[in-house]
Each structure stands twice: as structure tokens, then as C-alpha cells.
Design a protein around this ligand. Structure first.
Ligand SMILES: [Zn+2]
Length: 350
């Protein structure tokens, strides 16, 4: 055997021995990392209610916190008629973190399209594919497009509007600036100043480039529900609360067809996991970039509460299931809840 060959064999044997010696310690390190992960459980999210919060506010917060559990996300509960925040679960996320609102942004595009007379609730567009549903939704109107969250429908409307007008309505609905909530650390979110013409469609269906906090979406949906008042949200007890308007949507703003789309989303569309026979829930889902959203309210025919749920990672499906569980718990025990009159009960099966 030549000397170099002998040397190679010796080096190989030494390396093999070294690896054999090291293997147990690598495995031990892996085991101890696994143990450490098990030993430090994800903490439950923080819950924020106002000092002197009513038993009802506290109950909403407790139920929402328990429903979110150890998942990453946030819940905002708001009175849509005053902008009063009943409870915040994971407030640092709900107020301080902005994420792509995904298809919840279609609400903005719908209001812009209606008000600028680009569409009516009856306007139909044909979805031939390029949608999340293969091979497309066919010819559908605004209500169904909202219910099933059809992408080509809103891409078309956004392109017809142009970005200037989409941005204008996003700002009118409070996006792109802080809400002025009485809490520190608020994020302003983002609405781009300009986008290239070829990006308008995708922005209109997926909110690409836009970010919003869960709180901003609660204010936005409240404005839709209450007929156009954009409130400064405040965490405060109900007793003696005086609502503070930031502005009203201009006269002539059209919100027709939206509510029906929100109800149909829960009954037959993208948010069927929020279906609860005890209360009529309505809302809009969003799924993208590992974010799951559901911006919702109940009872649908006489909204008493707006709930925005965010899950990360999540989908519109899981976020609406989370909201569904909160509504279900709250409304099942409505007899003992001050603030949710029994008249809001719905016969099972309706
Ligand atoms: Zn479609």
C-alpha cells in the first residue's frame, strides 16, 4: 500500500470515529431543544377591557380570548354605533400591527364602484377563471361576488375605477392613517400613494401593497353598518360614553347590496363556518399572505357588535370559525347578558 493511500485511510477512520463520538451529543442536544419547546408553552394572549368595564364587556373579552386560545392573532369587539371598543384580545396586534387585509379590502372597492356609478348591486361580470375557484364563478352580481369573494369581479371594478378613486375611498374609510384610538403604539397601516396601472386589479382583489390593523377594519366595517359615520375608536366603559365622530362618508355614498353580500357570505359563501343558528351573522372574509381575516357583525338585521378576527397563520375559513364560536357562546347565553336583548334570538334552523 502506498504511503498517501495509507494516510487517506487513516484520516477516513479518524473522521468516522469522530462522527460516531459526536452523534450521541447531537442527538442529546436535539432532545433537549425538544424538551425546552415543550416546557415553554405559548402564553395566552393579553385581554384589554376598559377600567370599570361592564360585566358584558368583560364577558365578550373573556369569550374572545378563550376562543383565540394560544393561536397567534387578535380580536377586536366594537359597538358599531359609537366606535366604543368593548374588548381587545392581543391588543399589541389589534392596534399596533398592520397586515395585508386581503379580500376584506373588496368592501372598499365595492363602495367606490357603487358610489362612482361604475357598478350597481345588479351589475354582473363574468368570472371565467383566474379566480380561487376553478373554473370560475360564471356571471355573478355584486352580492354574490362579495359572498364568494370573487377575484376577477373586483379586479374589473378596480380597473374601471382607477387607483386614484380606489385610494380615495380607502382613505375615506379610515385606512392609511391612525384611528386616533386612546391607546399607545398605534400603527397607521399603509395605502400606497400610487401604483402602476397594471397593479390596480390585483390591489383591488387582494389588497396587495395595502396594510391595515384589525382595529382599522373594525372602524371601517362599523362605518358601513351605521350608515357612514367614521368614529374615533375608544376603549371606555359604556356608562356615560360620548361617541366621537371623525367624519361622515360624503352624502351620496352608496352602500346598497353590501349587507346582503355579507349575509350571503355566512349562509352560502366563504364564511359558512361562522354560521350560527342562534344569531344571524354577516361579514367578509380575507385569506392571503398567511393571514386569515373575518370582519363581521351580528345580529345581521340589527347590528349590536362588530367583531374583527385575525389569525396568523390562518384563512378566512378559520377566522370566521373563530368569530362563529365567539358569537355562538355570547348569544347562547344571551338571557344573562345585559346589552343583547332576547329579541335578537333566532329560531334554530332559520
Ligand atoms: Zn370568481
Amino acid at each position: 500500500m502506498s504511503a498517501p493511500r495509507r494516510a487517506r485511510i487513516i484520516v477516513g477512520l479518524v473522521l468516522a470515529a469522530l462522527m460516531l463520538a459526536l452523534l450521541p451529543s447531537v442527538e442529546a442536544a436535539r432532545r433537549s431543544r425538544r424538551r425546552a419547546r415543550r416546557a415553554t408553552p405559548v402564553p395566552m394572549p393579553a385581554l384589554l377591557v376598559a377600567p370599570q368595564a361592564s360585566a358584558f364587556d368583560q364577558r365578550v373579552g373573556d369569550v374572545a380570548r378563550a376562543a383565540l386560545g394560544r393561536r397567534r392573532g387578535a380580536v377586536v369587539a366594537m359597538d358599531p354605533h359609537t366606535g366604543r371598543i368593548l374588548a381587545l384580545v392581543a391588543p399589541e396586534v389589534a392596534v399596533g400591527s398592520a397586515y395585508q387585509p386581503c379580500s376584506v379590502f373588496k368592501i372598499v372597492v365595492a363602495i367606490a364602484g357603487l358610489t362612482e356609478h361604475v357598478i350597481t348591486p345588479e351589475t354582473r361580470h363574468v368570472c371565467r377563471g383566474g379566480c380561487w375557484l376553478w373554473p370560475g364563478h360564471g356571471a355573478i352580481d355584486l352580492r354574490r361576488a362579495l359572498a364568494v369573494s370573487c377575484n376577477p369581479y373586483f379586479e374589473r371594478v378596480g380597473e374601471q375605477l382607477g387607483y386614484e378613486r380606489v385610494r380615495h375611498y380607502a382613505n375615506l374609510l379610515g385606512l392609511g392613517e391612525p384611528t386616533g384610538v386612546n391607546l399607545t403604539g398605534e400603527s397607521a397601516g399603509r395605502v400606497p400613494d400610487t401604483v402602476r396601472p397594471e397593479q390596480v386589479g390585483h390591489l383591488s382583489s387582494h389588497a396587495a401593497g395595502v396594510t391595515t390593523t384589525p382595529l382599522q377594519l373594525a372602524v371601517l366595517l362599523s362605518a358601513v353598518v351605521n350608515g357612514g359615520v367614521v368614529y374615533r375608536p375608544r376603549l371606555a366603559p359604556a356608562a356615560g360614553f360620548v361617541p366621537e365622530e371623525r367624519w361622515r362618508l360624503p352624502p351620496g355614498t352608496i352602500l346598497d347590496g353590501l349587507a346582503e353580500g355579507f349575509v350571503r357570505a355566512v349562509n352560502e359563501g366563504s364564511a359558512t363556518s361562522a354560521f350560527d343558528p342562534d344569531v344571524l351573522v354577516a361579514g367578509k372574509t380575507g385569506t392571503c399572505s398567511r393571514c386569515g381575516w373575518f370582519a363581521s357583525y351580528a345580529p345581521a338585521d340589527d347590528p349590536q357588535i362588530v367583531l374583527v378576527t385575525l389569525l396568523r397563520p390562518g384563512s378566512g375559513h378559520t377566522a370566521s370559525a373563530l368569530a362563529g364560536r365567539i358569537y355562538e357562546t355570547l348569544y347562547k347565553s344571551r338571557v344573562s347578558i345585559v346589552g343583547l336583548p332576547a329579541s335578537h334570538a333566532r329560531a334554530a334552523g332559520r
